[in-house]
Design a protein around this ligand. Structure first.
Ligand code: PEP
Ligand code: MG
Length: 544
């Protein structure tokens, strides 16, 4: 089993056999010729043939990918008639007395290089187009126009690169996925793959091509950009399950997109998504989540080699808020410690890290780190609908101190003439039994609660969530945990706060009705579970 990673350009999973796409061999050599006129006539004939072929490809593209994307072949047709391009070919033939193939190849290289050196990404991607039409002319000159169509059983097409015309010429019904060693996400090949709904990964690198063989089994994950060659049975089973879930999601998406997220009896429930970074936003939008219920901001720290600056954080938070265009975004402050360790924090080794200097405890003992994050959050708050949430709360004193620090940070910003939104909601996680038990005292201090069932279960049942041997003692539906959630919901509502669940249990649809009967207002789950939960909410009838 071997793994490669590139850029996923269309999210879906494909499992099948590899078919290596070979370009028609047309080595171009420089040959001296005497009759330059005849050579130019050969170019004209090859161009006329290329134009006919491109018109056919354009027709096929119109049917398969629609007008907007078929347009590229109209542009190719226009490029064939480009004055500068044709003048260059003729000049090379005339001045050097060389064969047509060579003149086209040199012109192609020159033009492609010119496009590649432009600053604009769109123009850079045009280098592939000029190579595409030039290769077609050369293929017609050499009589090597075997076509790039592959047909027969569905396969994963692997190539060094695919030109747009090669991509669209492939028989769509026989292609499971595309993988290319090169190529850019902005290229038309990538755009066409997306519009043909074919899982595709590009830019996997040269070593990929030397590691694959015709007919080998592979998995292509267009979401993560991963390719797995000759997967073992366990990996294959995992991806088959991912593929099944993916197909189910897509079916649900079609049915649920745009529909109201209400129970049968009309209670509106927010189904949000959990993310760990800006890279997950695509999945949030694709799955039509109503907002982000948990952004685990510690991943910004985990990905960095040093403390992320206020500026770095500000841009990350702003980007998430802007991408969600006014939908709720709840960002949880740093939850470092326990299983999430970062070297540069220089934390002492603890006997029981899950019970140690973790999350809010660390923030309150290292206020400079906390203030930097809060400044970034409040500065970003003007770009959307922000909620700030604090993890691992166990006491009223902690929440009071947090509120004081928030006020100090806001005053500081105000004094510096920096804007922040007064509508920013402040919430806490209910993930310790202590927080649930004193939720009547905590609720008046906040706008919302979000139940972290992962930790709430670990601390209530005294079962280390990191220890696989303790797993058999974890009853995720344990009455003690459910009672703590119910108690927190009651106390939240009595005090005008709302309550959500953002731990893994929120995605357990066998509990959706139980949670909604407790009065839970929001469920926040991994993006891939959003539709499953929305479906469960829409099937729940609380009037019975
Ligand atoms: C939780 O504890 O349920 C939670 C959502 O937080 P995390 O899993 O990041 O600890
Ligand atoms: Mg937690």
């Amino acid at each position: 089993m071997e793994k490669f990673t590139g850029k996923g350009v269309y999210g879906a999973v494909a499992i099948g056999k590899i078919s290596i796409f070979k370009k028609p061999d047309a080595p171009v050599t420089r040959v001296r010729i005497d009759d330059t006129k005849a050579e130019k006539e050969r170019v004209a004939a090859a161009k006329a043939a290329a134009a006919r072929q491109l018109s056919e490809i354009h027709e096929k593209a119109l049917k398969e990918v629609g007008e907007a994307h078929a347009q590229i072949f109209e542009i190719h047709l226009m490029m064939l008639d480009d004055e500068d391009y044709n003048e260059s070919i003729e000049n090379i033939i005339d001045t050097q007395s060389v064969n047509a193939e060579y003149a086209v190849a040199v012109t192609s290289d020159n033009f492609a290089q010119m496009f590649s050196s432009m600053d604009d990404a769109y123009m850079q991607a045009r280098a592939a187009d000029v190579r595409d039409i030039s290769n077609r002319i050369i293929a017609n000159l050499t009589g090597n126009i075997t076509g790039s169509e592959k047909s027969g059983a569905k396969t994963i097409i692997c190539a060094s690169d695919l030109a747009p015309s090669e991509t669209v010429s492939l028989d769509k019904d026989s292609v499971l996925a595309f993988v290319t060693a090169h190529g850019s996400a902005n290229s038309h090949t990538a755009i066409l793959a997306r519009n043909m709904n074919i899982p595709a990964v590009i830019g996997v690198g040269d070593s990929f091509l030397s590691s694959i063989s015709e007919g080998a089994e592979a998995i292509v994950d267009g979401y993560s950009g991963e390719i797995i060659i000759e997967p073992d049975e366990k990996t294959k089973a995992q991806y088959l399950e991912k593929q099944r879930r993916d197909e189910e999601q897509k079916r649900l998406l079609q049915e649920l997109k745009g529909k109201d997220n209400v129970t049968v009896d009309g209670k509106r429930i927010n189904v949000y998504a959990n993310i760990s970074g800006i890279d997950n936003i695509g999945a949030v939008l694709l799955n039509d989540a109503g907002g982000i219920g948990l952004f685990r901001s510690e991943f910004l720290y985990l990905e960095n080699k040093d403390y992320p600056t206020e500026e770095q954080q500000f841009f990350a938070y702003k980007r998430v808020l802007e991408s969600m265009a006014g939908k709720k975004v709840i960002i949880r402050t740093l939850d470092i410690g326990a299983d999430k360790q970062v070297d540069y924090f220089g934390l002492k080794k603890e006997e029981n890290p899950a019970l140690g200097l973790r999350a809010i405890r660390l923030c309150l003992t290292r206020p400079e780190i906390f203030r930097t994050q809060l400044r970034a959050l409040f500065r970003a708050s003007v770009y959307g609908n922000l909620g700030i949430m604090f993890p691992m709360i166990t006491s009223v004193g902690e929440v009071e101190r947090i509120r004081e620090i928030c006020e100090e940070v806001k005053s500081e910003l105000k004094a510096e003439g920096i804007e922040y939104s007064d509508k920013t909601e402040i919430g806490i996680m209910i993930e310790t039994p202590a927080a649930a038990i004193i939720s009547d005292r905590l609720a008046p201090l906040v706008d919302f609660f979000s139940v972290g069932t992962n930790d709430l279960t670990q601390y209530t049942l005294a079962c280390d969530r990191q220890n696989p041997d303790a797993e058999e003692f974890v009853d995720t539906h344990h009455e003690a945990v459910l009672r703590l959630i119910e108690m927190s919901a009651e106390n939240a509502h009595k005090n005008g706060a709302w309550i959500g669940i953002c731990g893994e249990l929120a995605a357990d649809t066998s509990l959706t009705e139980t949670f909604l009967r407790m009065g839970i207002d929001e469920l926040s789950v991994s993006p891939t579970f959003v539709l499953k939960v929305r479906d469960a909410v829409r099937k729940t009838d609380l009037s019975k």
